[in-house]
Design a protein around this ligand. Structure first.
Ligand SMILES: NC(=O)c1ccc[n+]([C@@H]2O[C@H](COP(=O)([O-])OP(=O)(O)OC[C@H]3O[C@@H](n4cnc5c(N)ncnc54)[C@H](OP(=O)(O)O)[C@@H]3O)[C@@H](O)[C@H]2O)c1
Length: 323
């Protein structure tokens, strides 16, 4: 029998979209969870306390990524830390250094330092494909695998500050691991969709909600690279539980153009306010990403239709598609 302490893990930003599904999976897999949130009394975290086994196994800690002591208090005694918290803006921000770079990079440094001090066995850092794919020197025809890193100076020059923040934080995580010997594994998800548990709309769910209800005059026929939030949670647990997991893992399932995505949605839900026109892009090589490494570790994903239907049904239930 494992001791309870061996099944105690921490999830940063526990009330966020991705982290909520991870907490649910951890509780149902019999882990005890320390979840960090910034304001525990906020009703937006109520769904966490309603999760099965939450009353016995989930403890919420008030913590900000920029406050080392608050982070350390949540991480102390844990065997693993899933570092999920990060600002994820839906649009550009006025002060990228303060609003994005600091919480993402300095916040990750604080989490890593606390993990070393608490002798955590493994840190699972949630990065993003934006830390992989923004690399203009990578040959167009070559699949982007875990060896491809976004060029953070290019991200900054082109005002892609979220990409810069995720790239710099992930690089820092692996640098720190090399310097300290801490075991760090990262997962780089693409656009995360699927059911929502609460009505606080995060940036990726907003992409789908807007497609259903905004009735845009026109939208571009971009490639969307999608993964289900529940499959992402399973990937995060897998890279923690499998001792052989190492380095980075791209986590993506479906490549689909917006036109096909709208057609698919319309065939199931004909009555939403879809874009009136989908325009072609002049030059767009798509986003040639591969999750082969994660699949070799044993990961699999569900069909896109299931993700879309479960997402839309949850939006309906939460009243997010109302006018
Ligand atoms: N959703 C996607 O499509 C996607 C794709 C690739 C990667 N990711 C990554 O996945 C992670 C979760 O994203 P999400 O979609 O679940 O976003 P989300 O719902 O907006 O969650 C982000 C979480 O980060 C927390 N946070 C932000 N700044 C913080 C700070 N200074 N101190 C403490 N906590 C802070 C927020 O806490 P509060 O509750 O206190 O606001 C929130 O819980 C992020 O690292 C993101 O980069 C997401």
């Amino acid at each position: 029998m494992e001791k309870a302490a061996e099944r105690l893990v921490c999830v940063t930003g526990a009330g966020g979209y991705v982290a909520s599904w991870l907490v649910k999976l951890l509780l149902s897999s019999n882990y005890n969870v320390h979840g960090t949130v910034r304001s525990p009394s906020d009703p937006k975290y109520e769904h966490l306390n309603k999760l099965e086994k939450a009353s016995e196994k989930l403890t919420l800690f008030k913590a900000d990524l920029l406050d080392y002591d608050s982070i350390f208090a949540a991480i102390k005694d844990c065997v693993a830390v899933f570092h999920v918290a990060s600002p994820v803006p839906s649009s550009s921000v006025s002060d990228p250094q303060v609003q994005l770079m600091e919480p993402s990079v300095k916040g990750t440094q604080n989490v890593l330092k606390a993990c070393s001090e608490a002798k955590v066995k493994r840190v699972i850092y949630v990065s993003s494909v934006v830390a992989v794919s923004m690399n203009p020197s990578w040959p167009d025809a070559q699949v982007k695998d875990e060896n491809c890193w976004s060029d953070k100076e290019y991200c900054k020059r082109t005002n892609n500050w979220y990409c810069a923040s995720k790239t710099e934080a992930e690089m820092e995580a692996f640098d720190y691991a090399r310097r300290s010997g801490l075991d760090v594994v990262s997962v780089c998800p693409s656009l995360v969709l699927g059911p929502m548990m609460h009505s606080t709309v995060n940036s990726s769910s907003k992409v789908l909600i807007n497609l259903l209800k905004e009735g845009y005059e026109s939208t571009e026929n971009k490639v969307r690279v999608i993964v289900d939030v529940r499959d992402l949670a399973a990937a995060l647990l897998m890279v923690f539980e499998k001792p052989e997991a190492e380095g980075r893992y791209i986590c993506t399932a479906h490549h689909i153009r917006v036109r096909e995505l709208v057609d698919k949605l319309r065939s199931i839900y004909p009555n939403y306010n879809y874009p009136k026109k989908v325009t072609e892009l002049a030059a767009d090589g798509g986003n040639n990403l591969s999750s082969e490494k994660l699949q070799k570790l044993g990961w699999s994903y569900r069909p896109l239709e299931e993700t879309l239907v479960d997402a839309v049904e949850s939006y309906k239930m939460l009243g997010l598609l109302d006018k």
